[in-house]
Ligand binder design. Structure first.
Ligand code: HEC
Length: 154
């Protein structure tokens, strides 16, 4: 008890920096080192995207997202309505690679009527729907919209 009282007197009443100040200093230092150590948040995370591309389950999950959020503009088979045909080898944005598709879905093209999905879908959902879009390539659905953009052979 005597020790505790002295300790209290020294830190809280004396000249030593208060426990509260010490604590705040520690927390600030820990926070700074944590930020320095944290990897930059990148999108798309290729490791995660590649997992989705190879998983039938994730392609299935992407199909559900597509049916819920994308068919009004891209058609129920990705054949294109207001939005472009997603089943052909022609791309307006990027080169048809999964990372390009994921980026377009993530950021959207607001000026052209493609909404950004980054606030409505998680990154993992975007990877799933990207995998589903990739799976549509070459499916040649009936009523497909005429090609738009550049022919890209991957
Ligand atoms: C409100 C209509 C609308 C909705 C909903 C929509 N899109 Fe789009 N999307 C567009 C339009 C329009 C474009 C073409 C943009 C342009 O011309 O630059 C587009 C472009 C794209 C492209 C790029 C195509 C290319 O040729 O480069 C992809 C990929 C895409 N959309 C995927 C999706 C996915 C996945 C969803 C659902 C999560 C979705 N879109 C929902 C309208 C829509």
């Amino acid at each position: 008890m005597a020790f505790a009282a002295g300790y209290y007197a020294y830190y809280e009443l004396g000249n030593g920096s208060s426990i509260q100040q010490e604590y705040e200093h520690e927390v600030a230092a820990m926070e700074a080192s944590r930020k320095a150590a944290a990897p930059a948040l990148t999108f798309p995370d290729m490791t995660h995207l590649n997992v989705a591309l190879k998983s039938g389950e994730r392609i299935g999950a992407g199909k559900i997202v597509f049916q819920g959020k994308c068919i009004s503009c891209h058609g129920d088979h990705g054949q294109g309505i207001i939005g472009p045909n997603l089943t052909d080898d022609y791309w307006i944005h990027g080169d048809g690679k999964p990372e390009s598709i994921a980026n377009t879905i993530h950021d959207g093209v607001s000026a052209k009527g493609m909404p950004p999905w980054n606030t409505l879908l998680s990154d993992e959902e975007i990877y799933s729907v990207t995998a589903y879009v990739k799976s549509l390539r070459g499916t040649n659905p009936p009523g497909a919209k005429a090609a738009q953009g550049e022919l890209v052979k991957e």
